[in-house]
Design a binder for this molecule. Structure first.
Ligand code: ADP
Ligand code: MG
Length: 291
Protein backbone atom coordinates (compact mmCIF):
# COMPACT_ATOMS: atom_id res chain seq x y z
CA UNK A 1 0.00 0.00 0.00
CA UNK A 2 1.09 3.58 -0.56
CA UNK A 3 2.04 5.67 2.47
CA UNK A 4 -1.03 7.79 1.78
CA UNK A 5 -3.34 4.78 1.87
CA UNK A 6 -1.82 3.68 5.18
CA UNK A 7 -2.27 7.15 6.64
CA UNK A 8 -5.87 7.22 5.50
CA UNK A 9 -6.31 3.80 7.11
CA UNK A 10 -4.87 4.86 10.46
CA UNK A 11 -6.90 8.07 10.32
CA UNK A 12 -10.07 6.12 9.68
CA UNK A 13 -9.11 3.88 12.61
CA UNK A 14 -8.87 6.88 14.92
CA UNK A 15 -12.40 7.88 13.91
CA UNK A 16 -13.57 4.38 14.85
CA UNK A 17 -11.80 4.56 18.23
CA UNK A 18 -8.96 2.31 17.08
CA UNK A 19 -5.66 3.98 17.89
CA UNK A 20 -2.94 2.44 15.73
CA UNK A 21 0.68 2.97 16.82
CA UNK A 22 2.14 3.17 13.35
CA UNK A 23 1.13 2.50 9.73
CA UNK A 24 3.14 -0.78 9.69
CA UNK A 25 0.70 -2.19 12.27
CA UNK A 26 -2.00 -2.47 9.60
CA UNK A 27 0.05 -5.13 7.80
CA UNK A 28 0.29 -7.41 10.86
CA UNK A 29 -3.40 -6.79 11.54
CA UNK A 30 -4.29 -8.04 8.10
CA UNK A 31 -2.30 -11.28 8.50
CA UNK A 32 -3.84 -12.33 11.82
CA UNK A 33 -5.64 -15.70 11.84
CA UNK A 34 -5.97 -16.39 15.58
CA UNK A 35 -7.35 -14.03 18.22
CA UNK A 36 -6.49 -14.71 21.85
CA UNK A 37 -8.86 -12.95 24.24
CA UNK A 38 -8.23 -12.31 27.93
CA UNK A 39 -11.30 -12.93 30.09
CA UNK A 40 -11.41 -10.45 32.97
CA UNK A 41 -11.78 -6.87 31.78
CA UNK A 42 -11.75 -7.89 28.12
CA UNK A 43 -14.61 -10.32 27.40
CA UNK A 44 -16.14 -9.25 30.72
CA UNK A 45 -16.52 -5.72 32.06
CA UNK A 46 -14.16 -6.43 34.97
CA UNK A 47 -16.48 -4.32 37.12
CA UNK A 48 -16.93 -7.00 39.73
CA UNK A 49 -19.15 -7.11 42.79
CA UNK A 50 -19.01 -9.09 46.00
CA UNK A 51 -21.83 -11.58 45.73
CA UNK A 52 -21.50 -13.95 48.65
CA UNK A 53 -19.60 -14.36 51.92
CA UNK A 54 -18.97 -17.90 53.19
CA UNK A 55 -17.20 -18.05 56.59
CA UNK A 56 -15.91 -21.43 57.77
CA UNK A 57 -17.40 -22.90 60.97
CA UNK A 58 -16.50 -20.77 63.96
CA UNK A 59 -15.40 -17.76 61.90
CA UNK A 60 -17.29 -14.47 62.24
CA UNK A 61 -18.48 -13.06 58.93
CA UNK A 62 -17.33 -9.58 59.97
CA UNK A 63 -13.79 -10.83 60.72
CA UNK A 64 -13.58 -12.52 57.35
CA UNK A 65 -14.66 -9.33 55.60
CA UNK A 66 -12.49 -7.03 57.69
CA UNK A 67 -9.22 -8.98 57.35
CA UNK A 68 -9.63 -9.84 53.67
CA UNK A 69 -11.02 -6.39 52.84
CA UNK A 70 -8.10 -4.63 54.54
CA UNK A 71 -5.59 -6.52 52.39
CA UNK A 72 -7.51 -6.26 49.13
CA UNK A 73 -7.94 -2.54 49.67
CA UNK A 74 -4.23 -2.24 48.89
CA UNK A 75 -4.54 -4.12 45.57
CA UNK A 76 -5.78 -2.76 42.24
CA UNK A 77 -6.94 -6.07 40.82
CA UNK A 78 -10.65 -6.00 39.79
CA UNK A 79 -11.32 -8.91 42.17
CA UNK A 80 -9.63 -7.01 44.98
CA UNK A 81 -11.68 -3.87 44.34
CA UNK A 82 -14.89 -5.85 44.56
CA UNK A 83 -13.84 -7.46 47.84
CA UNK A 84 -12.65 -4.18 49.40
CA UNK A 85 -15.77 -2.28 48.36
CA UNK A 86 -18.12 -5.02 49.57
CA UNK A 87 -16.26 -5.37 52.85
CA UNK A 88 -16.16 -1.62 53.54
CA UNK A 89 -19.86 -1.36 52.84
CA UNK A 90 -20.67 -3.99 55.43
CA UNK A 91 -18.08 -3.49 58.18
CA UNK A 92 -17.15 0.17 57.68
CA UNK A 93 -13.59 1.46 57.83
CA UNK A 94 -10.98 -1.19 57.10
CA UNK A 95 -7.73 -1.33 59.10
CA UNK A 96 -4.49 -0.49 57.30
CA UNK A 97 -2.39 -3.65 56.85
CA UNK A 98 0.92 -3.72 58.76
CA UNK A 99 2.46 -5.35 55.70
CA UNK A 100 1.23 -6.16 52.22
CA UNK A 101 2.45 -8.17 49.25
CA UNK A 102 0.70 -8.74 45.95
CA UNK A 103 1.28 -12.06 44.16
CA UNK A 104 0.52 -11.39 40.46
CA UNK A 105 -2.29 -13.58 39.16
CA UNK A 106 -2.69 -15.30 42.50
CA UNK A 107 -3.78 -12.85 45.19
CA UNK A 108 -2.51 -10.92 48.17
CA UNK A 109 -0.89 -11.62 51.51
CA UNK A 110 0.07 -9.54 54.50
CA UNK A 111 -0.30 -8.77 58.16
CA UNK A 112 -3.59 -7.30 59.39
CA UNK A 113 -4.33 -6.75 63.09
CA UNK A 114 -1.45 -9.11 63.84
CA UNK A 115 -2.84 -11.93 61.68
CA UNK A 116 -0.93 -13.33 58.69
CA UNK A 117 -3.72 -13.13 56.11
CA UNK A 118 -3.94 -14.45 52.54
CA UNK A 119 -6.69 -13.83 49.97
CA UNK A 120 -6.84 -15.17 46.45
CA UNK A 121 -6.34 -18.52 44.79
CA UNK A 122 -6.39 -21.67 46.86
CA UNK A 123 -2.69 -22.23 46.17
CA UNK A 124 -1.90 -19.40 48.63
CA UNK A 125 -2.62 -21.89 51.42
CA UNK A 126 -0.04 -24.38 50.20
CA UNK A 127 -1.17 -27.94 49.62
CA UNK A 128 -3.55 -28.23 52.54
CA UNK A 129 -7.07 -29.10 51.31
CA UNK A 130 -10.01 -26.76 51.94
CA UNK A 131 -12.46 -27.86 54.66
CA UNK A 132 -15.15 -29.97 52.93
CA UNK A 133 -17.95 -27.40 53.32
CA UNK A 134 -15.81 -24.65 51.77
CA UNK A 135 -14.67 -26.93 48.94
CA UNK A 136 -18.31 -27.68 48.11
CA UNK A 137 -19.34 -24.01 48.22
CA UNK A 138 -16.36 -23.10 46.01
CA UNK A 139 -17.21 -25.71 43.36
CA UNK A 140 -20.85 -24.58 43.35
CA UNK A 141 -19.94 -20.93 42.82
CA UNK A 142 -17.41 -21.72 40.09
CA UNK A 143 -19.78 -23.71 37.90
CA UNK A 144 -21.98 -20.62 37.98
CA UNK A 145 -19.09 -18.62 36.58
CA UNK A 146 -18.18 -16.83 39.79
CA UNK A 147 -14.62 -16.13 40.88
CA UNK A 148 -13.89 -17.43 44.37
CA UNK A 149 -11.42 -15.73 46.70
CA UNK A 150 -10.11 -18.12 49.32
CA UNK A 151 -9.31 -16.32 52.58
CA UNK A 152 -7.05 -17.71 55.28
CA UNK A 153 -5.09 -16.56 58.27
CA UNK A 154 -2.50 -18.07 60.51
CA UNK A 155 -2.09 -20.99 58.13
CA UNK A 156 -5.70 -22.09 57.80
CA UNK A 157 -8.57 -21.47 55.37
CA UNK A 158 -11.20 -19.29 57.10
CA UNK A 159 -13.76 -18.70 54.40
CA UNK A 160 -14.62 -17.70 50.85
CA UNK A 161 -15.61 -14.48 49.18
CA UNK A 162 -17.56 -14.97 45.98
CA UNK A 163 -17.22 -12.30 43.32
CA UNK A 164 -19.17 -11.96 40.10
CA UNK A 165 -18.30 -10.30 36.85
CA UNK A 166 -20.50 -9.51 33.84
CA UNK A 167 -19.83 -10.61 30.29
CA UNK A 168 -19.86 -7.51 28.09
CA UNK A 169 -23.13 -7.43 26.16
CA UNK A 170 -21.22 -7.11 22.86
CA UNK A 171 -18.72 -9.96 23.39
CA UNK A 172 -20.77 -12.81 21.90
CA UNK A 173 -21.60 -10.88 18.72
CA UNK A 174 -17.95 -9.83 18.39
CA UNK A 175 -16.76 -13.44 18.65
CA UNK A 176 -19.21 -14.56 16.01
CA UNK A 177 -18.11 -11.73 13.71
CA UNK A 178 -14.48 -12.78 14.22
CA UNK A 179 -15.42 -16.28 13.12
CA UNK A 180 -17.25 -14.90 10.09
CA UNK A 181 -13.96 -13.24 9.08
CA UNK A 182 -12.28 -16.66 9.28
CA UNK A 183 -10.48 -16.00 12.57
CA UNK A 184 -10.08 -18.56 15.34
CA UNK A 185 -10.87 -17.25 18.86
CA UNK A 186 -9.11 -18.53 22.00
CA UNK A 187 -9.94 -17.58 25.61
CA UNK A 188 -6.91 -17.07 27.87
CA UNK A 189 -7.21 -16.44 31.60
CA UNK A 190 -5.58 -16.79 34.97
CA UNK A 191 -8.94 -17.61 36.45
CA UNK A 192 -10.29 -21.01 37.36
CA UNK A 193 -11.17 -23.54 34.61
CA UNK A 194 -14.88 -23.75 35.48
CA UNK A 195 -15.28 -19.97 35.45
CA UNK A 196 -13.38 -19.70 32.17
CA UNK A 197 -15.56 -22.37 30.57
CA UNK A 198 -18.72 -20.58 31.67
CA UNK A 199 -17.62 -17.34 29.97
CA UNK A 200 -16.40 -19.24 26.89
CA UNK A 201 -19.82 -20.89 26.55
CA UNK A 202 -21.56 -17.54 26.95
CA UNK A 203 -19.59 -15.92 24.13
CA UNK A 204 -19.15 -18.97 21.86
CA UNK A 205 -15.44 -19.82 22.20
CA UNK A 206 -14.32 -23.48 22.00
CA UNK A 207 -10.63 -23.23 22.84
CA UNK A 208 -10.00 -22.30 26.48
CA UNK A 209 -6.65 -21.95 28.24
CA UNK A 210 -7.29 -21.34 31.97
CA UNK A 211 -5.33 -21.07 35.22
CA UNK A 212 -2.40 -19.49 33.39
CA UNK A 213 -0.06 -17.50 35.58
CA UNK A 214 0.70 -13.95 34.35
CA UNK A 215 4.29 -14.84 33.41
CA UNK A 216 3.02 -17.78 31.33
CA UNK A 217 0.49 -15.90 29.19
CA UNK A 218 3.18 -14.86 26.68
CA UNK A 219 4.26 -18.52 26.53
CA UNK A 220 0.76 -19.55 25.41
CA UNK A 221 0.93 -16.99 22.59
CA UNK A 222 4.41 -18.21 21.60
CA UNK A 223 3.15 -21.82 21.46
CA UNK A 224 0.39 -20.84 19.02
CA UNK A 225 2.96 -18.97 16.92
CA UNK A 226 5.17 -22.07 16.90
CA UNK A 227 2.20 -23.90 15.37
CA UNK A 228 2.32 -21.40 12.51
CA UNK A 229 -0.51 -19.18 13.72
CA UNK A 230 -0.43 -15.40 13.30
CA UNK A 231 -1.70 -14.30 16.67
CA UNK A 232 -3.54 -11.22 17.89
CA UNK A 233 -3.77 -10.87 21.66
CA UNK A 234 -6.47 -8.72 23.27
CA UNK A 235 -6.02 -7.78 26.92
CA UNK A 236 -6.36 -5.11 29.55
CA UNK A 237 -4.26 -6.01 32.57
CA UNK A 238 -0.70 -5.58 33.77
CA UNK A 239 -0.58 -9.37 33.55
CA UNK A 240 -1.39 -9.24 29.82
CA UNK A 241 1.47 -6.92 28.84
CA UNK A 242 4.11 -9.60 28.04
CA UNK A 243 1.56 -11.54 25.95
CA UNK A 244 0.56 -8.33 24.11
CA UNK A 245 4.21 -7.74 23.27
CA UNK A 246 4.79 -11.37 22.21
CA UNK A 247 1.77 -11.46 19.89
CA UNK A 248 2.06 -10.54 16.20
CA UNK A 249 -0.54 -7.92 17.04
CA UNK A 250 -1.31 -6.63 20.54
CA UNK A 251 -4.62 -4.90 21.21
CA UNK A 252 -5.25 -3.19 24.56
CA UNK A 253 -8.61 -2.19 25.95
CA UNK A 254 -8.70 1.59 26.38
CA UNK A 255 -10.33 0.92 29.75
CA UNK A 256 -7.29 -1.15 30.77
CA UNK A 257 -4.04 -0.40 32.53
CA UNK A 258 -1.33 1.91 31.13
CA UNK A 259 1.14 -0.97 31.08
CA UNK A 260 -1.10 -2.93 28.70
CA UNK A 261 -1.69 0.10 26.48
CA UNK A 262 2.06 0.72 26.24
CA UNK A 263 2.78 -2.89 25.29
CA UNK A 264 0.09 -2.98 22.59
CA UNK A 265 0.15 -1.99 18.90
CA UNK A 266 -3.46 -0.88 18.96
CA UNK A 267 -5.62 0.69 21.66
CA UNK A 268 -9.36 0.09 21.51
CA UNK A 269 -10.68 3.34 22.96
CA UNK A 270 -14.17 2.09 23.74
CA UNK A 271 -12.91 -1.00 25.51
CA UNK A 272 -15.14 -3.20 23.43
CA UNK A 273 -14.20 -6.46 21.68
CA UNK A 274 -16.29 -5.43 18.66
CA UNK A 275 -13.53 -2.93 17.87
CA UNK A 276 -11.16 -5.87 17.24
CA UNK A 277 -13.42 -6.86 14.36
CA UNK A 278 -13.45 -3.27 13.08
CA UNK A 279 -9.64 -3.10 13.25
CA UNK A 280 -9.19 -6.29 11.21
CA UNK A 281 -11.76 -5.24 8.61
CA UNK A 282 -10.11 -1.83 8.37
CA UNK A 283 -6.68 -3.38 7.79
CA UNK A 284 -8.03 -5.75 5.16
CA UNK A 285 -9.82 -2.92 3.39
CA UNK A 286 -6.86 -0.54 3.54
CA UNK A 287 -4.33 -3.11 2.32
CA UNK A 288 -6.60 -5.18 0.13
CA UNK A 289 -7.84 -2.50 -2.22
CA UNK A 290 -4.56 -0.66 -2.80
CA UNK A 291 -1.58 -3.03 -3.08
P1 ADP B 1 -7.28 -12.73 34.18
O1 ADP B 1 -6.29 -13.52 33.39
O2 ADP B 1 -8.65 -13.33 34.03
O3 ADP B 1 -7.27 -11.26 33.83
P2 ADP B 1 -5.51 -12.65 36.60
O4 ADP B 1 -4.36 -13.39 35.98
O5 ADP B 1 -5.30 -11.22 36.89
O6 ADP B 1 -6.89 -12.88 35.76
O7 ADP B 1 -5.90 -13.36 37.96
C1 ADP B 1 -6.13 -14.74 37.99
C2 ADP B 1 -6.88 -15.13 39.21
O8 ADP B 1 -6.07 -14.90 40.38
C3 ADP B 1 -8.15 -14.32 39.45
O9 ADP B 1 -9.24 -14.83 38.76
C4 ADP B 1 -8.30 -14.47 40.97
O10 ADP B 1 -8.89 -15.72 41.25
C5 ADP B 1 -6.87 -14.49 41.47
N1 ADP B 1 -6.41 -13.17 41.93
C6 ADP B 1 -5.51 -12.36 41.34
N2 ADP B 1 -5.32 -11.25 42.06
C7 ADP B 1 -6.14 -11.34 43.13
C8 ADP B 1 -6.42 -10.50 44.25
N3 ADP B 1 -5.84 -9.32 44.44
N4 ADP B 1 -7.32 -10.95 45.15
C9 ADP B 1 -7.93 -12.13 44.97
N5 ADP B 1 -7.73 -12.94 43.95
C10 ADP B 1 -6.83 -12.57 43.04
MG1 MG C 1 -7.70 -9.01 32.34
Amino acid sequence: ATPTALLVGTGRGAQLGILIKGPQVLESTRRVDTVVLDKTGTLTTGAMTLQDVVPDDGVARADLLRLAGALEHASEHPVARAVAAGAAQEVGTLPAPESFESVQGVGVRGLVDGYAVVAGRESLLGDQPLPAALARAKARAEVEGRTVVVVGWDGRARGLLVVSDTVRPTSAAAVSRLRALGLHPVLLTGDNRAVAQQVADAVGINQVVAEVLPQDKAEVVARLQAQGKVVAMVGDGVNDAPALAQADLGLAMGTGTDVAIEAADITLVRGDVEAVVDAIRLARRTLGTIK
